[in-house]
Ligand binder design. Structure first.
Ligand code: AMP
Ligand code: MG
Length: 437
């Protein structure tokens, strides 16, 4: 089935349909094109010790009740709740890890520790604080003991057969603990996208090299490495390439063959050495070349078989903003993650801003006010070359296209890259702290 048949009105793109490829697309349209070319990666089985932060590939179903036996939630004495005896004979010690062979009856008690199984016959646990020992007897000072008191019943935490985690969940601390508690090892996880990063540009030198006049250090490769790793993907290759047709062609062809995702930076604008754009038409099926957004307009997206190819603009901010809007969601979707997008929330603008004819993503710090309202303050000048505009930014403000400027106090959406910041007056030390979004 062709794309046109499958997606109805979606135009069938050919690499030579230049007008359609260069049409300025709304970011939502571009994103939809990217996401419909994403394929789920195959499931891998990994030892549980290597499963942290991987994405669970199958639903986690409880194969047993937890706890599997009724257990004490306090240190104390296992008794019969409605036993009226003035004192009770201590007939044993039940600590965790085995089952004592006794029967609690009226007038008897078993000393028990938290997590230990409730002995036969006992219906409650009296906390040790409510008791007093006298020789081999215990006197209970608590007046009313409710049946079931301080007992965690079978299946109180997890019930056998119930779904504990859906497929697509990243395995963080609690999730991995649940997996371990249910004894699942190895763990089925989504394969990690294999990503190559290619910085293009004759002006680029390695960070450690001496910079000659006209040269700059390659920043994008390293910011993209961090971005890719933060999305849970794996870097299989990274390096830089010259603005020379044949070597660049060979390198890109090789990277396409060996990667799930290829990211390039630079070489996609209108300059005479913007070779990535030119070569993509030969190496892959190009789906779009321009997005109506700021920064990040000259984004090229192509596919070659199952490989996704993103030709990112060279300006460092444009590259990272494009990563957040298009590439992170694609990487997440490749792993079957349920949450492919950053959380989006309305925020109050802390400053006026000029409107533009296209969506603008401004780097900003979102702060929680005393009334709980969120405010977004931009991080200084928003030039697409100024990577420092990402420093201290926990959000991208989404400034919609409009003919009139936005005033301070107007509400726009923000994509949260990190939790909002809560200003508070600490006893000492930092002036801000992170809160959960
Ligand atoms: P280009 O998209 O190749 O025209 O590059 C646009 C701008 O981004 C130019 O000022 C480049 O010097 C700069 N640039 C391109 N690649 C990188 C890189 N890897 N690191 C830092 N800046 C870059
Ligand atoms: Mg360039």
């Amino acid at each position: 089935m062709s794309d046109r048949q499958r997606f109805g009105s979606a135009p069938l793109l050919a690499n030579d349909d230049t007008d359609e490829l260069d049409r300025l697309r709304h970011p939502d349209e571009a994103r939809a094109i990217v996401l419909r070319h994403v394929r789920r990666l195959a499931t891998e089985l990994v030892p549980i010790g290597e499963a942290a932060w991987r994405v669970l590939a199958d639903d986690l179903i409880a194969t047993e009740d937890q706890p599997p036996f009724a257990a004490a939630t306090m240190d104390g004495f296992a008794v019969i709740a409605d036993d009226g005896s003035p004192w009770r004979e201590v007939i044993g010690d039940q600590t965790a890890g085995f089952v004592l062979d006794v029967q609690v009856t009226d007038g008897t008690a078993v000393r028990i520790t938290t997590g230990a199984p409730i002995p036969a016959g006992a219906t409650a646990v009296v906390r040790v604080e409510e008791t007093e020992m006298a020789d081999d007897h215990v006197i209970v000072h608590q007046e009313h003991i409710a049946p079931g008191e301080n007992i965690r019943q079978i299946g109180a935490d997890l019930q056998r057969g119930k779904r504990v985690l859906p497929a697509g969940t990243p395995l963080g601390p609690a999730e991995l603990g649940l997996v371990a508690g249910l004894g699942l090892n190895p763990v089925p996880v989504a394969g990690r996208p294999r990503v190559s990063i290619v910085s293009t540009g004759d002006e680029l030198v390695e960070p450690g090299a001496t910079v000659a006049p006209g040269q700059i250090r390659d920043a994008n490769r390293f910011s993209l490495i961090a971005a890719v790793q933060s999305a849970g993907a794996e870097i299989v290759w990274s390096g830089k390439a010259p603005d020379t047709r044949e070597p660049l062609r060979r390198l890109l062809a090789e990277r396409i063959a060996e990667s799930d995702v290829v990211l390039t930076s630079g070489g996609v604008s209108m300059g005479q050495l913007d070779l990535v754009k030119a070569l993509l038409g030969e190496l892959a099926t190009v789906h779009f070349r321009r997005v109506f957004m700021k920064p990040g307009k000259p984004l090229n997206f192509a596919t070659a078989g199952p490989t996704l190819f993103f030709g990112l603009p060279g300006n460092p901010v444009s590259a990272l903003v494009s990563f957040e809007i298009f590439i992170r969601p694609a990487l997440h979707q490749m792993m079957g993650r349920l949450d492919i997008d950053r959380p989006r929330t309305p925020v109050v603008l802390a400053q006026a801003t000029l409107a533009s004819d296209r969506i603008e993503y401004q780097r900003a710090t979102v702060t929680v006010g005393p009334d709980g309202r969120l405010t977004g303050a931009i991080t200084g000048p928003q030039a697409s070359s100024r990577l420092a505009s990402f420093i201290g930014a926990n959000a991208l403000l989404v400034i919609p296209p409009r003919s009139s400027p936005f005033g301070e106090g107007e509400v726009v959406d923000a994509l949260l890259l990190a939790p909002p910041v809560t200003p508070h007056v600490p006893a000492s030390g930092a002036e801000t702290s992170q809160v959960q979004p």
